[in-house]
Design a protein around this ligand. Structure first.
Ligand code: NAG
Ligand code: NAG
Ligand code: NAG
Ligand code: NAG
Ligand code: NAG
Length: 585
C-alpha cells in the first residue's frame, strides 16, 4: 500500500464513525444482520420497479435494482394474521392454529409453543426488534416480547381495527390554538365496543422493551406514526451496530384505515401520511402513503450505509398479501397478476388467485447478492425462517414440520433452484371461514386451483370447487391467469405435459390432504385483569381506553434511545413506574 493510500485510509478511519472498525471486525458471512420489510396489503404492481407508472418509490426501486428481484414470491396466506404466522414460523399457517384474521379483542394468538424467526435467531445472540403491525395476538402474553423480540413499537393489529387521530397539517401544532385543535379528527371506522370492550375504539401504539410493556398513545396519531416508526428503526440499528441484529419492519401502511364495509365508495380518504407526504404523489392518497413507506426504507438503508453495515446486512422486502382491490383507489394494484379468468374485484387480497398471494419482492446484500439480477424461482414467505436460520448458523428446531425451504442458493447463486416441487396455498375450500383447505398449488410452471374464492369484500360471489380436475394455468406463460389449460372438467387433449402435470398434482394433493396436521391453539387462561370484555389493548378503562399521549417534542431522545443503559435509566425514570401494560395485565 502506498503512502497516499495509507493516509487516505487513516483519514477515513479518523473522520468516519467507529463503524469502519466494526466492519473490519465482522466477517460479512458471520451472522449477518437481517432487515425484513413487510408492507401491509401492497400489491405486486404497486412499485416503481414492478412497473407502476405514477407511484413514487425511488428508495425501494434502487435497493431492488442493486439486489436481486424475486418475481415469484408467494405469501404464506392471502390475509394478514395467517400470512404473518407462516412468515414467523416457516410453516403452513393451519399448522399454527392461526387460520384467519385476528380481531382486536381476540382471545387467540400465535401459540407460544411455535418457534418464531426471532426466537430462532436469539439462539445465536441476535438482538431482535419489530416495528409496525404484529397481528399475531394483542393480549400481553402474545405480544412480540413473548415471541422472541427484544424491542417492539407498533399497532398490534391492522390500522382499520380502531380509530386513530389525524393531526391537522395547516396550523402550528406547538401553539395551543383551539381552532387548530378542532381540526384534529378521528379517522377509521366508528364502531361500537365489541364484547363490551372499549379497547376496540381507539388504536393503541404499544412499546415493549424485553418484558416491559407500555401503551404510549391511544388513540395514536396516524399523521405522526411514520416519524416514530422511522426513529425506532434507525435507532435500533444504531444501538445494535456492533452485534448481529434482526429488524422486522411490518409496516402498518398501506392498509386502509377503514375496511370491511360493503359501501366502499361512501368512505373516502382511507389512507394516511405525514404532513410532508400528503398530496405529494401523482397517485393520490395511496401513493402518498406508499411514498412514506419508501422514505422510511430509505432512512433505514442510509443508516446501514452510514454505519458501514451494508456488507453485513441482508435486506428482504415483500408484502403480507395482495391488494385490497374493492377499496378502489385506496387499495393497491396487483399489476400483471390480474386473474383475468375471474376478473376484478375478485382476485386480490384473501383470494388465492395470483393477485392475492403473489408478492413484490427483492433481496439486497452488498457484496453477496448480484446487483441488477432477477430470478423467477418459486419462493414462499415460509422460506424466510429456514433461510435466516441457515445464514445465521442456527440448526433448525427438532420435531417441527417446516414447510419453508432454504432459499439461500436462489439469493446467492446465479442459477440457484427452488426447493419447492409443490407449493400448496391454503385458502377458502372449506367455506368462507376459517381458511383451512388447500385451495391451490404451484408446481413448475403450473398453478392448479382446487377451489377459487372471491377476495375480501367481494362477498357476492361464492367459492367454486374443482372436484374432478383442477383449474389449471401455466403462470409462467400466462401470469394473468387468463387462459386455463384445463377448466376443471376435462383433461387437456393436446398437451401431454399438462396432462402429466395434472396427474402429479393430484397425487401430491391427495398426499398433502392425507398427511397434513392441523394445529390447535392451546387455550391460554386469562391473565390478571383479563377475561371477557378485557382482552383488548387498553391504556385505562376508566377513560374508555383513551389516554394522553406520552409523546412530546422530545419523545425521540426520551423513549427511543433503545438498548443503551442510559436509555433504560431514562425510559423508566420518565415512566415513573414499573411499566407493565397498565390495565390490560
Ligand atoms: C451467545 O452468548 C452466550 C453468552 O454470552 C455465549 O456463551 C455464546 O457463545 C454466544 N453464542 C454465539 C453464537 O456467539
Ligand atoms: C422481566 O425480565 C427481568 C430480567 O430478565 C426479570 O428479572 C423479571 O422477572 C421479568 N419480569 C417478568 C414479569 O417476567
Ligand atoms: C392535502 O389535501 C387535502 C385535501 O385537499 C387537504 O385537506 C390537506 O390539508 C392537504 N394536506 C397538505 C399537507 O397539504
Ligand atoms: C385512569 O383514568 C382515570 C380518569 O381520568 C384517572 O383518575 C386514573 O388515574 C387513570 N389511571 C391510570 C392508571 O392512569
Ligand atoms: C365511555 O363510553 C360510554 C358509552 O358510550 C359512555 O356512556 C361513558 O360516558 C364513557 N366514559 C368516558 C369516561 O368517556
Amino acid at each position: 500500500m502506498n503512502q497516499l493510500k495509507t493516509f487516505l485510509l487513516l483519514l477515513a478511519v479518523l473522520t468516519s464513525t467507529k463503524t469502519r472498525v466494526v466492519k473490519a471486525l465482522r466477517d460479512p458471512l458471520d451472522r449477518p444482520n437481517f432487515v425484513l420489510f413487510f408492507v401491509d396489503d401492497l400489491g405486486y404492481g404497486d412499485l416503481g420497479f414492478t412497473g407502476h407508472p405514477t407511484t413514487s418509490t425511488p428508495n425501494i426501486d434502487k435497493l431492488a435494482w442493486n439486489g436481486k428481484t424475486l418475481t415469484t414470491w408467494y405469501s404464506g396466506c392471502s390475509v394478514c394474521s395467517c400470512s404473518r404466522a407462516a412468515l414467523m414460523t416457516g410453516r403452513q399457517y393451519p399448522r399454527t392454529g392461526i387460520r384467519e384474521v385476528l380481531g382486536v379483542v381476540d382471545t387467540l394468538g400465535l401459540p407460544l409453543e411455535e418457534v418464531t424467526i426471532a426466537e430462532q435467531l436469539k439462539k445465536v445472540n441476535y438482538t431482535t426488534g419489530i416495528v409496525g403491525k404484529w397481528h399475531l395476538g394483542q393480549r400481553l402474553a402474545y405480544l412480540p416480547s413473548n415471541q422472541g423480540f427484544d424491542y417492539y413499537l407498533g399497532i398490534p393489529y391492522s390500522d382499520d381495527m380502531g380509530n386513530g387521530k389525524e393531526t391537522s397539517c395547516s396550523g402550528d401544532r406547538k401553539s395551543e390554538d383551539p381552532q387548530t385543535e378542532e381540526q384534529d379528527k378521528m379517522k377509521g371506522k366508528p364502531r361500537p365496543p365489541r364484547d363490551n370492550d372499549y379497547a376496540a375504539w381507539y388504536l393503541p401504539l404499544v412499546y415493549q422493551e424485553h418484558n416491559r410493556t407500555r401503551i404510549v398513545e391511544q388513540p395514536l396519531d396516524l399523521t405522526k406514526l411514520a416519524q416514530k416508526y422511522n426513529h425506532f428503526a434507525t435507532k435500533f440499528i444504531e444501538d445494535n451496530k456492533d452485534d448481529p441484529f434482526f429488524l422486522y419492519f411490518p409496516f402498518s401502511h398501506v392498509h386502509t384505515t377503514s375496511g370491511n364495509n360493503n359501501k366502499w365508495n361512501s368512505m373516502p380518504n382511507k389512507q394516511y401520511a405525514s404532513c410532508s407526504f400528503q398530496n405529494r404523489t401523482k397517485r393520490g392518497a395511496f401513493g402518498d402513503a406508499l411514498a412514506e413507506v419508501d422514505w422510511m426504507i430509505g432512512n433505514v438503508y442510509e443508516t446501514l450505509q452510514c454505519l458501514g453495515l451494508e456488507e453485513n446486512t441482508i435486506i428482504l422486502f415483500t408484502s403480507d398479501n395482495g391488494p385490497w382491490t374493492p377499496q378502489h383507489y385506496d387499495g393497491g394494484s396487483y399489476g400483471i397478476f390480474s386473474g383475468e379468468y375471474a376478473g376484478y374485484p375478485w382476485t386480490g387480497k384473501a383470494s388465492t388467485w395470483e393477485g392475492g398471494i403473489r408478492m413484490p419482492a427483492f433481496a439486497h446484500w452488498k457484496g453477496q447478492i448480484e446487483p441488477f439480477s432477477r430470478t423467477s424461482q418459486t419462493i414462499s414467505s415460509m422460506d424466510v425462517f429456514p433461510t435466516f436460520s441457515h445464514l445465521a448458523g442456527v440448526p433448525l428446531p427438532d420435531g417441527i414440520v417446516l414447510d419453508g425451504r432454504d432459499m439461500a442458493d436462489i439469493l446467492l447463486q446465479e442459477n440457484g433452484q427452488s426447493k419447492h416441487d409443490f407449493l400448496f396455498f391454503y385458502g377458502f375450500c372449506n367455506g368462507y371461514w376459517p381458511r383451512t383447505g388447500v385451495a391451490a398449488v404451484r408446481h413448475g410452471p403450473y398453478k392448479a386451483h382446487f377451489c377459487t374464492s372471491p377476495g375480501l369484500g367481494a362477498y357476492e360471489r361464492t367459492p367454486t370447487k374443482y372436484d374432478k380436475y383442477p383449474l389449471l394455468f401455466n403462470v409462467e406463460e400466462d401470469p394473468s391467469e387468463t387462459f386455463p389449460i384445463c377448466d376443471g372438467n376435462t383433461l387437456p387433449e393436446n398437451d401431454p405435459d399438462a396432462r402429466a402435470a395434472i396427474e402429479r398434482i393430484l397425487r401430491a394433493y391427495a398426499m398433502e390432504k392425507a398427511t397434513f396436521e392441523y394445529g390447535k391453539i392451546p387455550p391460554l387462561p386469562p391473565g390478571p385483569g383479563e377475561g371477557k370484555g378485557h382482552y383488548g389493548v387498553c391504556c385505562n378503562r376508566s377513560t374508555n381506553c383513551s389516554c394522553e399521549s406520552l409523546w412530546d417534542d422530545n419523545f425521540q431522545s426520551r423513549l427511543f434511545n433503545v438498548g443503551s443503559a442510559e436509555h433504560h435509566a431514562r425510559y423508566h425514570e420518565h415512566l415513573g413506574e414499573e411499566n407493565h401494560m397498565k390495565d390490560t395485565v
